[in-house]
Design a protein around this ligand. Structure first.
Ligand code: XMP
Length: 513
């Protein structure tokens, strides 16, 4: 396995993604929270030093623990990581007038183990740069393997000690051979076998769950989303009937979802499932509420109440299982004098653990979202669940602008079902990050047959994204949109007008509330 020390780059997670895609297990630790004892215990086969926003030329900028260079394992420094590696090993780094950001080209001048079979001397290769400083004197033992206009040392190598550095980011897609370059490092140089697979993870995770839980009882809140579904099936494989899943149906789900949860988990996987239809309770509590944050709070706290009620009915449990993912647990790095970087915290954790103060089982905490999907497939979960678009915890409540009523939920569910049916029929579902219909609290005039209508407006939303932090509108063709619009207006009583939301994020958000 490989240890990635994070110096605060926005793309550090991508290093882990690329390594894992190459079958190499790795973990990301903040550069300033990696005590020698912990590193020694982790016993990495190699270390990657990430990029970061600081400048090596300032005194307070962070450094790699010296141990990293004394362990006898290969080290790869990327961008800031390359500069601190050079500075710590006796080279010199200076601020440069020639800042390189974005697409750049390097001239390959030599060969080394990480560029092996990828870059031939004399070639010109595209890379992605994002730093202003540059190395002006190589540390002893190093030579340059590639240079760019602004930097003579775009790739440096010390083959003897197996230390390497790149001034660019091999982990981003804009560096075409970047993934293979990281593979050369992990497999070729560090000797990782590249056999970390989801089948292997599954077997290990089952053992770990058994060891943690013993003969204890576990409850798992099941929502029908990807993460809780995969966690539930994995737990069930490990501990069978020691697991009870509680599915709180708040009445704000999409068409057919509650039935699908029963069918999949109870009927197909034989999981002990408590399905509580609490739609009356939730809709009553939401009556008269129009403020989006108020809706979220009401739903969040009621969810815990109902969950606790159901848990008490089954006689309690020793552990609470959660589908927490790796991006939620990677500690963010912050250092004195330097900028601090906060990694996105998903707001779907819902406050269950804080209030319930139970011991947690989090079998997915090492995995990225696409790895959870792969694990779900490995466990035999249907594609309809594994490949599903994200769905917010508060459900339709934040897609019905203004007051939420049972009637408005029914109207929106029908429109949303038609929209998603058409998206699937057109083969577009997997190309879209998230698609849904929104019900607006405005009425407009229309004509149907010979009569006048005065009904609600439905807005369609579809975006592409990689992490939900930024998003672009999905460019449907007009024929598709008019087809959906015609179907909704003709088939859903209560809606007589359809619009398509073309706002990107930022400045918009994905959800309307
Ligand atoms: P926004 O609307 O903030 O959404 O651009 C980004 C992603 O987060 C989801 N989202 C939520 N998920 N509870 C959740 O579990 C919420 O309150 C919530 N609000 C937004 C949204 O669906 C999108 O995927």
């Amino acid at each position: 396995r490989i240890l990635i020390l994070d110096f605060g780059s926005q793309v550090t997670q991508l290093i882990a993604r690329r390594l894992r895609e190459n079958g190499v297990y790795c973990e990301i630790w903040p550069c300033n929270a990696a005590p020698d004892a912990r590193i020694a215990e982790f016993a990495p086969r190699g270390v990657v030093l990430s990029g970061g926003p600081a400048s090596v030329t300032t005194d307070e900028s962070p450094r790699a623990p010296d141990l990293v260079f004394r362990m006898g394992v290969p080290v790869l420094g990327i961008c800031y990581g390359q500069q601190t590696l050079a500075a710590q090993l006796g080279g010199a780094v200076e601020n440069s007038d020639h800042h390189e950001f974005g697409r750049a080209f390097v001239d390959v001048t030599g060969e080394c183990a990480i560029t092996k079979d990828l870059w031939a001397p004399g070639a010109r290769e595209q890379v992605w740069m994002s730093h202003g400083d540059r190395i002006t004197r190589l540390p002893p033992g190093f030579r340059s393997v590639a240079s760019s206009e602004g930097a003579p040392f775009a790739v440096i190598a010390d083959d003897e000690r197996r230390f390497y550095g790149t001034m660019f980011h091999p982990e981003v897609a804009h560096t075409p051979h970047g993934s293979q370059l990281l593979r050369n490092f992990a497999q070729g140089v560090c000797g990782c076998r590249g056999d970390w697979t989801m089948a292997g993870f599954r077997a290990e995770a089952v053992e770990r769950i058994r060891a943690q839980v013993g003969s204890g009882r576990v409850v798992c809140g099941l929502s029908g989303g990807v993460d809780s579904s995969v966690a539930a099936v994995l737990l069930h494989e490990a501990i069978g009937d020691q697991l009870t899943c509680i599915f709180v149906d708040h009445g704000l789900l999409r068409a057919g979802e509650a039935e699908e949860v029963d069918r999949t988990f109870r009927d197909r996987f034989n999981i002990r499932l408590v399905h509580r239809d609490a739609s009356d309770v939730f809709l009553k509590a939401l009556a008269g509420t129009t403020d989006p944050e108020r809706k979220r709070k009401t739903i969040g706290s009621l969810f815990i109440d109902v969950f606790e009620e159901e848990q008490a009915k089954i006689g309690g449990a020793d552990f609470l299982a959660q589908g927490t993912l790796y991006p939620d647990v990677i500690e963010s790095v912050s250092f004195a004098g330097g900028p601090s970087v906060t990694i996105k915290s998903h707001h779907n954790v819902g406050g269950l653990p804080e209030r319930m103060r139970m011991r947690l089982v989090e079998p997915l905490r090492e995995l990225f979202k696409d790895e959870v999907r792969a694990l779900g497939r490995e466990l035999g979960l249907p594609e309809a669940i594994v490949g599903r678009h994200p769905f917010p915890g508060p459900g339709l409540a934040i897609r019905i602008l203004g007051e939420v009523t049972r009637e408005s939920c029914d109207i929106l569910r029908k429109a949303d079902r038609i929209y998603l049916e058409e998206i699937r029929a057109a083969g577009l579902y997997d190309a879209i990050w998230q698609a849904f219909a929104v019900l607006l609290p405005v009425r407009s005039v229309g004509v149907m047959g010979d009569g006048r209508t005065y009904d609600q407006v439905c807005a369609l939303r579809a975006v592409t994204s990689t992490d939900g932090m930024t998003a672009d509108v999905y460019p449907f063709d007009m024929g598709f949109l008019t087809r959906v619009s015609n179907r909704i207006v003709n088939e859903v009583r209560g809606i007589n007008r359809v619009t398509y939301d073309i706002t990107s994020k930022p400045p918009g958000t994905i959800e309307w509330e």
